[in-house]
Each structure stands twice: as C-alpha cells, then as structure tokens.
Design a protein around this ligand. Structure first.
Ligand code: SF4
Length: 420
C-alpha cells in the first residue's frame, strides 16, 4: 500500500502556501495525501508564533497529532520552531526545522537524518512549484520583514524582508493561472516587495501589473494583505482600471490612536491612513477595506482605546480582526511600561469585535440589491446550492442551475443569499 502524508498549517496564508510546496514532491514519490492524520505515515506541520495564543495552539496541535498518529514521522516547521527551538521535539515531533530550509526538510524527513547546516539567508526559492488544490491559489512573492514594529517577533523569526525574483513570481503565476481562476498574492509584509531587488525601483504595483499582463486567462487577482505604503499611484490606477484586481484590501491599521501608533513603530498616523483609504475608494468605489487592530497595547489608556475605536468607525472598515496585545519576549514592547491587564484587554477586544460586527452588517446591507460575480467554490448537494465569494469577499449562496465548480456567475446580492 502506498505511504500516506498529511499536511497541516496554522496561522497566516504564507504558512499554508509553504506547506503546499510539499504536496507535489511527496506525490511524485508515490505517496497519497490523506485528510486524516490517523492514517498518515508522514505529517508536516507549519506552525505560527505571532501571538502567545498561536504558540499555544501549535503546542496543542503537535500533541494531538502525536496522539492520533503514534507511528507517523512528524516534521514541525516555521515560526513556531524558530521561536522556541527544541519545543516541537519535546512535544512529540520527530524533526523540526525553522523558517528557512524547507527544501531540505523533505530529505530530512524521508532519509531520517538530522539537519546538516544552517538554513538562514535570502529568499528561499522552492525546488518545485506549490501544488494547490482549491480554486484560490496562493503566490508567495516575499518573505520576512524589515520593519521591527515594537510588538512583533516576525522580523526576528523570519529575518529581514527578501523578495522573490520577478521572473520566478511570473513563472509560477502563469502556471497557477492555468488551473486556478483566482490567485492571491501573499507574503509576510508585501509592502517591502522589491526594495531588496536591483536598484529597488521595481515595486509591488509593478509586479501586480506584470502578473495581470502575463496571465490573460486569470479571472481574479487578490492581494492578501497590504500596508498603506504599498498603495502608490500605479496601484491606484490598477484598482481604477483593472476589474480582475479584486475589490478587497486588507489594510493593517493596528491602532487608530496616533500615540499608540508611534509607540508601536508604525510608519503612519490617522491622517495618512485615512488619505490612503480615500484614494482607494476614489479609485475603486465600494471597495471592501478590512483591517487588523491590536487592543491593550502597553500604555493604551481608555481614552486611547476610545480614539482607536472611533477612528475605526470613521474609516468604516468592512471588517476588523481584533487581537488582544500579546507579550512576545525579546520585542521592545515586552518591556514597555503600562502593560494592560488581561481583563481590560478582553473587554476591549470584545468592544472592537462588536464594532466589527456592526460595520460588517452595514457593509453587507449597502451591497444588497447590487449585482455580484460569484466564483462557485463548493456545492451543497442537500440544499442543491453553491457557495462562493465575490470579488469583495462576500460569501454568497447560489441556487444550482447545472453549474460547475470554478464557474463565475452573476447574482443579485441580497439578505437571503448572503452567507456568514
Ligand atoms: S510590518 Fe510590523 S507587524 Fe508586520 S510583520 Fe513587520 S514587524 Fe511584524
């Protein structure tokens, strides 16, 4: 019987992309993928360490995988491993590698040997293209981050920003476009794209323009998350003129209070952020703008939090992902005065999420009655209907009229066909 493998990832889209790189080589070795870890001979888990909660989740996942698959060889990788070397092994993994060296990981796993050298340095071009099974494929164009925001461990875990060469991005985009109607451009901090390539003049917006030009059959190109600094004139003109570029940007705000933004080391203030939002809305009316907000950052007073809350309301985000500030040892913020207690953070998270719910409902209701193109992603045989996303990432139910998966159909968006 063929050996089986199980792929698992926690955290960001980059992690799912990275783990998908193992699919093709394992299949080429004659192995079959399984959805059940219990059946697997090999398990690869890409873990996250962005918050203390993510690390906790990673620990639990390794223990669970070990329990479910006592005989499988488990390889743990990613930020989880880099943040606490040795932890995955203690918890039951057989091997661990940090954020670089994924190309080595396979032979490590199959040949049952210890890593022979350090894996750090430069963008690690995968040996194979990622093999992704969904309609939406991820294209990783960048790794690492050079910002060093005061609360974030990522630059220490993944190193400074390194961009994937334009030619490699375009080659993989062309490949992906052959079998996926939608590509999501992803990276750890894509606003840095290009700064370390040549003279630094080729930017993210240039890459987006080139991908669209090289992939005429591609239906949609989505940006996974963006910083306001990446929204330059070319990006705005692409939003204005290129319907294949999805009407959704996840623009990380982190706080709506200028004092907190300065303490976080973020490179903008309310005024600058708002002006970018206005330019985006002018270029693409109705665009969905979602965001991340950290609540309970050290020194954030009740007034600061109220300011953040009311700024988020003013921007009118389509959704807010709120996270309570999490102390990450080794960062500047970990030793800042004015740490906020857990119950205050919980309360602020709750209030920020209530605002998000309210803004989401309002974004949905503004869109009721408008015609939307829905990419049919999954079929519910019982209800005889499809479900899929619009360009602005609304989830919609569509009655079946003999459609096929991957087809794009036009529907009138309404309270009745909106899904949560
Ligand atoms: S920009 Fe800031 S929050 Fe984002 S990965 Fe870099 S250091 Fe972390």
């Amino acid at each position: 019987m063929a050996k089986r493998f199980y792929l698992d990832s926690l955290g960001c889209k980059v992690n799912s992309y990275e783990v998908s790189l193992f699919r093709e080589p394992l299949r080429k070795l004659g192995m079959e993928e399984t959805d059940s870890p219990e059946e697997a001979d090999y398990i690869i888990l890409n873990g996250c360490a962005v918050t203390a909660r993510s690390v906790q989740k990673g620990r639990q996942r390794i223990r669970k995988l070990r329990r479910l698959a006592p005989r499988a060889k488990i390889l743990a990788m990613g930020c989880l491993v880099k943040s606490a070397p040795g932890l995955a092994l203690e918890l039951g993994a057989d091997y661990e590698i940090p954020t670089k060296g994924r190309n080595e990981a396979l032979s490590l796993l199959l040949e049952d040997r210890a890593p022979a050298h350090s894996f750090d340095g430069g963008y690690e071009e995968p040996l194979n293209e990622s093999e992704q099974t969904g309609l939406r494929a991820y294209l990783k164009v960048q790794d690492g981050c050079s910002r060093y925001c005061s609360y974030c461990l990522i630059p220490y875990l993944r190193g400074p920003s390194c961009s994937r060469k334009k030619e490699d991005c375009l080659r993989e985009a062309e490949e992906l476009a052959l079998s996926h109607p939608e590509i999501v451009v992803t990276g750890i901090e894509v606003a840095f794209y290009g700064k370390d390539l040549g003279d630094g003049s080729y930017r993210l917006s240039d890459l987006i323009e080139d991908i669209l030009e090289h992939c005429p059959s591609l239906r949609r190109l989505r940006l996974s998350s963006l910083e306001e600094g990446a929204v330059d004139e070319k990006m705005l003109s692409l939003f204005a003129s290129e319907p294949r570029l999805c009407s959704h940007v996840h623009l990380a705000l982190q706080s709506g209070c200028d004092k907190t933004l300065r303490a976080m080391g973020r490179p903008y203030d309310q005024k600058r952020f708002l002006s970018v939002v206005e330019k985006l809305r002018k270029a693409r009316p109705g665009i969905a703008i979602t965001t991340d907000v950290i609540v309970g950052f050290p020194g954030e007073s009740e007034e600061d939090f109220e300011e953040s809350l009311s700024f988020c309301r003013k921007v009118g985000f389509a959704e807010i992902h709120a996270f309570p500030y999490s102390v990450r040892k080794g960062t500047k913020a970990a030793s800042m005065a004015g740490q906020v207690d857990a119950s205050t953070k919980k309360d602020r998270e709750h209030r920020m999420l209530s605002l998000s719910k309210e803004l989401r409902a309002s974004f949905e209701s503004v869109n009721y009655g408008t015609e939307k193109e829905v990419l049919l992603e999954s079929y519910d045989a019982k209800g005889k209907c499809w479900s899929g996303h619009t360009s602005d990432y609304l989830l919609v139910k569509v009655d079946d009229h003999g459609y096929s998966r991957g087809e794009a159909v036009k529907v009138l968006y309404s309270r009745e066909n909106a899904e949560d």
